[in-house]
Write a protein that binds this ligand. Structure first.
Ligand code: E4P
Length: 301
């Protein structure tokens, strides 16, 4: 499994590269905004992107900023030709760039197809369902990025939980526990229904609510989303690589690795969380304390 760093912060990229653990970088306009703000707003953007590319030992995803296929293709060509001599540029295109669910519906897919046919590698971003992932792969995307954490957020929102109050962004969403809760809720509702009339049960609002609340159209968590996409891509030998994105904690990384996803892209704090363990810190303290003089002498010659 490859690990990409999900950041536009050159300091974070520098640290991660020096530890030898990252294979690429993914950025988006929000991450670039954070990096610019951290530097007081004054930044030579072109030089800064060159630096990101020069530091990174693999692909760097840069996102377009328009929603029509014509504009996105134009911006992608510009980014690719301007920066490719500094590193491996990949262009992020939203799988669906519609701002209202009506206009520009197919522009993302069209842009992916055009850029792919020109040999420009595309990372299809903002993928929230296996159905979108299938379309992105069919259009020829080199990478497909399902947003795991945002699906966990969405499911928690649907059951009335508020981020920042009921849960924090980096909290692990317990898929197995919630599946059990869902199955109990369905049983409870069913026990009060006349199950000898399947038609009535099927059409019953309470039943429908119980079966649809703890999942997004059959997807039970971000990890479940990635599992589904990886399974489908394997079934059909799709060439697109899956980047598990919107990763919020170390446990998600482990679960993505168990699924066998090609790549995870993680924020810097998740890298730190993957490394820290209470017993490792306790252990190193003990070992340092226990060094006896004859052993220390070996190192002080
Ligand atoms: C990935 O490429 C995305 O930019 C990113 O993972 C989104 O993460 P977020 O949902 O934590 O903002």
């Amino acid at each position: 499994m490859k690990i990409f760093l999900d950041t536009a912060d050159v300091d974070e990229i520098g640290f991660a590269v020096s530890a030898g653990v990252i294979d690429g970088v993914t950025t988006n306009p929000s991450l670039i905004k954070q990096a610019v703000e951290k530097r007081g707003g004054s930044i030579d953007m072109e030089e800064y992107i060159e630096k990101i590319l020069e530091l990174t030992p693999g692909p760097v995803s840069l996102e377009v900023i328009s929603v029509s296929s014509e504009k996105m293709v134009e911006e992608a060509r510009l980014l690719y030709s301007r920066f490719r001599k500094h590193g491996q540029v990949v262009i992020k295109i939203p799988v669906c760039s519609s701002l209202d669910g009506v206009n520009n519906l197919y522009d993302g897919l069209r842009a992916i197809r055009i850029l792919t046919s020109e040999g420009i590698p595309v990372n299809a971003t903002l993928v929230m369902s296996p159905e979108q992932a299938i379309l992105a792969a069919k259009a020829g995307a080199t990478y497909v990025s399902p947003f795991a954490g945002r699906i966990d957020d969405y499911i928690r929102d649907r059951i009335g939980m508020k981020r920042g109050k009921d849960y924090q962004k980096s909290d692990y969403y317990d898929f197995n526990l919630m599946k059990k809760v869902e199955s109990k809720a369905i049983d409870r509702v069913l026990s009060s229904k006349n199950t000898s009339s399947p038609r009535e049960v099927y059409l019953d609002g309470e039943v429908r609510d119980a079966v649809s609340r703890l999942n997004d159209n059959g997807i039970h968590s971000g990890v479940d989303l990635v599992r589904s996409i990886v399974t489908i891509f394997r079934n059909y030998h799709f060439k697109s690589q899956v980047i598990a994105s919107s990763i919020r904690n170390a446990r998600q990384v482990k679960e993505m690795a168990e699924i066998g996803v090609d790549i995870v892209t993680i924020p810097f704090y998740v890298l730190r969380d993957m490394l820290i363990h209470y017993k490792t810190i306790e252990g190193i303290n003990d070992f340092i304390k226990d060094v006896v003089e004859p052993y220390r002498k070996i190192f002080t010659r």
